[in-house]
Design a protein around this ligand. Structure first.
Ligand SMILES: [Zn+2]
Ligand SMILES: [Zn+2]
Length: 75
């Protein structure tokens, strides 16, 4: 295996780890998607929690914020 530079911090690594998601080489510190702000991280998270649930939660958050906004106007 040839040495490669970590795609996140640029350190030369003798045994680079390749991210399963973005396929870039990383040092041992940044091999996890969370550690190198993987471009696929949002997709990984969406898969983990279920896309529908995430969208629904966002909708609820917006609605309650809207209600608070109007309540402030009344009082
Ligand atoms: Zn690194
Ligand atoms: Zn990655």
């Amino acid at each position: 295996m040839k040495a490669e530079n970590c795609a996140y911090c640029g350190d030369l690594t003798d045994m680079p780890f390749h991210c399963n998601y973005c396929k870039d080489p990383f040092c041992s510190e940044h091999r996890l998607p969370e550690e190198h702000r993987c471009v696929k991280l949002t997709q990984i998270r969406a898969k983990k929690f279920g896309e529908r649930k995430v969208i629904r939660d966002q909708g609820i958050g917006k609605q309650s914020g809207f209600k608070k906004f109007f309540r402030r106007f009344k009082s």
